[in-house]
Design a protein around this ligand. Sequence first.
Ligand code: UD1
Length: 422
Amino acid sequence: MDSIIVKGGTELHGQIHIAGAKNAALTLMPVTLLTDEPLTLTNTPRLSDIRTMAQLLSSLGAEVTALNDGRVVALSSHGLTSTRADYDIVRKMRASNLVLGPLLAREGRAVVSLPGGCAIGARPMDIHTTALEALGAEIELKDGYLHAVAKSGLKGAVVPLRFASVGATENVLMAATLAKGTTVIENAAKEPEIVDLASCLRRMGAQIEGDGTGRIEIQGVDRLSGATHPVVTDRIELGTYMLAPVIAGGEVECVGGRLDLVAAFAEKLDMAGVQVEETPVGLKVRRANGRPRAVDVVTEPFPGFPTDLQAQMMAMLCTAEGKSVLEERIFENRFMHAPELMRMGADIEVQGGTATVRGVERLKGAPVMATDLRASVSLILAGLAAEGETQVNRVYHLDRGYEHVEEKLSAVGAHIERVQGS
Ligand code: UD1
């Protein structure tokens, strides 16, 4: 297995280009299932999760072609052959469950494996199923698979979500575009990826209002057409690279970055004494003199501080001045990076969903283990400031969500390389 070696201690200067959002692309790709006309996505990130979704859609009979070195993905579902999302693919990536809503809407049936737990928590599917049942689907759990049928088609309804789940909002939004009548999603998730999904669906002829708020209204239509749609900027990759010069020192311009995508995060950086400046092409981040200051963080659904930036923020706070308290409210087990950071000399105490970080002057390089996607990049960030060499093992997690991380960081002066494993 590959590992990544980081030698800390160099300041970073230059530009990093931010890719299209993994989480937006993963919900935009299943949109193909809603139409028999071609859907073309541009600005797609080149990641293993995207290849997994392509594999899943192909297994359903969709045609998926990567063009322009993977920056464009052309999809067509004119001849679907299956409505079954197999465990072998779903277990690799929870976002596979995003085929459930579109398959039900287009084919009136879907059999989708339950994703099972993952490292960061149990991640059940009850919000998805309750919401689709409100649209008239009958869903049964058999042999680890959700068997969903909408015998007389889906019908619009008021769908209150008990929690503003991102995936459930996406599944219902997609399904409701082809349902009969009006659907109102109450307590909908407000993430930018949902706004991006709605804007792609509108290009295809869907009638949607209120995306980006807690109440989304969808007027069902008979059919959707094809479209070409650019994937929104990845706010999590953006936030990750914004932290790199804060941790290592220097100044980095994140090209394609937008403040509105990371407002809550940027506010915390400001409190930590970091300068973030909007430029004509993106966001420039510079650490003011000395160490950043400690700040407290609570993860929340958008527009709150994103759980997907909690691990990276913790890596930064390990060398900040003072005591920071991080509270994780989205996933029950998302501090697995803490013991790894402690192997590098960080002072962290975890109690339940709260981690207390007391900043130390310097971290020390060590061999560490990536436990999940965001945890793995937090270890790379920590390595940028650590004395000596940090070897991050199990980097396949990283390749799920960060394209060309070594190239992007080396281009701004980091000493980082990938070592091919056996
Ligand atoms: C999406 C993102 C993920 C991010 C998360 C929260 C994608 C592909 N992934 O995941 O990167 O960390 O949003 O911002 O977009 N829950 C239930 N029952 C359900 C569904 C969810 O209890 O039916 C719980 C989950 O266990 C979790 C919380 O709700 O504790 C948030 O999950 P959700 O918003 O659904 O996240 P995902 O869509 O899976």
